[in-house]
Design a protein around this ligand. Structure first.
Ligand SMILES: Cc1cc2nc3c(=O)[nH]c(=O)nc-3n(C[C@H](O)[C@H](O)[C@H](O)COP(=O)(O)OP(=O)(O)OC[C@H]3O[C@@H](n4cnc5c(N)ncnc54)[C@H](O)[C@@H]3O)c2cc1C
Ligand SMILES: *[C@@H]1O[C@H](CO)[C@@H](O)[C@H](O)[C@H]1NC(C)=O
Ligand SMILES: *[C@@H]1O[C@H](CO)[C@@H](O)[C@H](O)[C@H]1NC(C)=O
Ligand SMILES: *[C@@H]1O[C@H](CO)[C@@H](O)[C@H](O)[C@H]1NC(C)=O
Ligand SMILES: *[C@@H]1O[C@H](CO)[C@@H](O)[C@H](O)[C@H]1NC(C)=O
Ligand SMILES: *[C@@H]1O[C@H](CO)[C@@H](O)[C@H](O)[C@H]1NC(C)=O
Length: 505
């Protein structure tokens, strides 16, 4: 094979630079075959899967977005333990093979957690354990689990954790990027509630990172993405399980300004009682073939009669077109509404901005999105939603209490609104136009928010486009601190060179 490029060069069929690329690709291909063979002989045939096998395809199909499921790696390591991950990292880095890591595969963009051959995919989906400590204060989570099964496993113990608002979303990527939960106004990010990370470093060592052991790495992993290590276990704080009140309400789009004014009043009231969560989603509904708004509501108390008056009163005053709110429900039911509204298996991209609390910019972003997607709506499966999620000052206070974050957020920032522009479509031929429309909205939103003085620089890694400048948004001091940690734990920049996907320092 290696001589193929050489002979093409000899026969003058390739320009030298092209021949060099082909030779390079061939070297990578040969290295990847070696990596996969060695992985298989050392980890065993069931732990290393190849394209064409049912096991391989099943794991590939379980990515959330169609773009991620279309990527076919050289082979896929289905790890079952930290030791498997450590062995795999030693083999892969020795062979100089490129690789990616996926937990549950819900990051949407192509290549976030998957890699095209000759790359090797490390798949943690089978590492989905849930263990509760004897005193029920700490829960150990495998990275490959999903939040629905995690909540199911914790229910019998009458405890819960700061986890996702979707049953299918993954433990690993969610906590690594921060993690917004219905418990966040009271307890901060999911990552604020990690007490210990078990992590595989670039040299294959398995270490703990916590407040007393590797405290710098512990801090860095709260913004580490694919730079510092592969997390093989998260030990997180447990909280008492409480029945919930919540659900969603649809609104006529003409109620947009009213529901936003109400949401702003709700955010301002959260510091008195940070038990409520929710978001307002303004976008295009395929069912209605029209624009629509819905709000999601969650309150950590069964009845919430008192709090309705206190917290949600203005939002509940706006007349709905539908209403699924119920008392005495649970997180899994609230999540199921999200999973029905945002099903997997389709082409999707998320994108994000962070805004000061300002109704005009929210409405502006909705109107801009309406125009930007106008020419696409009606094409197969095309739909878009701009979801506006409050980041309460009480959340940022909880983050600070937990030791702060390298992501550059502080209670001084005041209440904020997180935008997730979520787009969905079916045909590959619409990729370019959908992506262009997303960029148009994000560019406009950035410019307009700046002009109104309501832009907050922070970009949420779990919602960002691959080329949004997430690390720049953390601020120079944080990036310098993260680079220092990276240089200490990966002095040869092995992860920088070989680990693809996520966001790179
Ligand atoms: C339907 C839906 C609902 C969502 N709801 C919420 C929500 O309520 N709140 C919220 O904050 N976000 C939410 N998200 C966003 C979510 O947090 C991200 O998609 C997150 O990355 C998903 O984690 P995962 O394990 O499934 O991701 P993956 O795609 O597996 O991984 C994401 C990134 O992290 C890296 N990574 C994964 N695992 C590890 C590991 N163990 N060690 C090192 N690197 C790793 C991957 O390489 C990749 O770059 C939602 C997304 C979807 C699709
Ligand atoms: C849970 O405990 C079992 C048995 O001790 C162990 O094998 C597994 O790795 C643990 N998983 C997690 C996520 O802690
Ligand atoms: C579960 O925890 C809640 C909140 O602490 C408590 O009110 C309830 O009695 C507990 N239920 C059981 C079955 O232990
Ligand atoms: C922190 O890491 C050390 C070293 O591995 C370990 O002994 C200790 O139990 C860890 N602490 C927590 C809170 O997990
Ligand atoms: C929404 O409100 C507008 C203005 O009040 C009204 O004309 C329209 O019929 C309403 N649409 C629906 C679907 O109720
Ligand atoms: C969409 O909604 C607007 C505003 O309520 C209304 O005027 C229009 O007729 C609706 N279009 C369709 C196709 O229902």
């Amino acid at each position: 094979m290696r001589s193929y490029a050489t002979s093409l060069l000899l026969f003058g069929l390739l320009a030298p630079s092209r021949a060099a690329t082909v030779a390079h690709d061939l070297r990578e291909e040969i290295a990847a075959r070696d990596c996969c063979q060695t992985l298989q002989s050392q980890l065993g045939p069931t732990a290393v899967l190849f394209p064409g096998s049912a096991g391989f395809q099943q794991l590939v199909n379980s990515y959330y977005s169609a773009q991620e499921s279309e990527i076919i790696s050289q082979c896929r390591v289905s790890a079952h333990s930290a030791q498997d991950v450590s062995d795999a990292i030693k083999i892969i880095t020795k062979g100089g093979c490129k690789f990616s890591v996926r937990s549950a595969g819900h990051m949407t963009w192509a290549g976030a957690a998957n890699i095209q051959a000759p790359g090797v995919a490390i798949d943690l989906k089978q590492m989905n354990g849930v263990n509760v400590s004897a005193d029920k204060k700490v829960v150990s989570l495998g990275p490959g689990g999903s939040w629905g099964p995690v909540y199911d496993a914790l229910d019998p113990f009458n405890i819960t954790v700061v986890g996702g608002r979707s049953n299918t979303v993954g433990v690993g990527g969610f906590i690594l990027g921060g993690g917004f939960s219905n418990l966040s106004p009271a307890h901060g990010f999911a990552s604020d509630n990690v007490v210990n990370y078990e992590v595989v470093l670039a040299d294959g060592r398995i270490v703990n990172a916590n407040k007393t052991s590797n405290p710098d790495l512990f801090h860095g992993l709260k913004g580490g993405s694919t730079n510092l290590g592969i997390i093989t276990r998260y030990d997180v704080n447990a909280f008492p399980l409480t029945p919930k009140w919540g659900g969603s309400r649809g609104y006529n789009v003409s109620q947009g300004p009213a529901i936003f004014d109400a949401m702003i009043k709700f955010i301002k009231k959260l510091p008195q009682e940070p038990l409520g969560g929710g978001s307002v989603v303004w976008g295009y509904s395929e069912d209605l073939k029209n624009d629509t708004i819905f709000g999601s509501f969650a309150y950590l108390g069964a009845d919430a009669t008192e709090s309705k008056a206190q917290l949600f009163s203005e939002m509940l005053d706006v007349p709905p077109t539908f209403d699924t709110i119920r008392t005495n429900t649970d997180q899994q039911w609230l999540d199921s509404e999200v999973d029905v509204a945002f099903p997997g298996g389709l082409r999707r991209i998320f994108s994000t901005l962070t805004l000061k609390v300002d109704r005009e910019i929210a409405e502006g972003i909705y109107r801009k999105s309406h125009d930007a997607f106008a020419g696409l709506v009606g094409k197969p499966g095309v739909s878009w939603t701009a979801s506006f999620q409050p980041i309460s000052i009480t959340h940022l206070q909880a983050t600070e209490r937990a030791g702060g974050t390298p992501q550059g957020l502080s209670p001084k920032d005041g209440d904020l609104i997180l935008l997730n522009l979520n787009t969905v479509w079916v045909e590959e031929s619409d990729d370019a136009a959908m992506q262009a429309a997303v960029r148009d909205v994000i560019n406009w939103g950035t410019k307009e928010a700046k002009r109104r003085n309501v832009l907050h620089p922070w970009l949420y890694i779990n919602y960002a486009l691959p080329d949004q400048k997430v690390y720049e948004s953390y601020g120079k001091a944080n990036v310098d601190a993260l680079l220092k940690i990276k240089n200490k734990f990966d002095p040869k920049n092995t992860f920088g060179k070989l680990w693809k996907g996520g966001f790179k320092l």
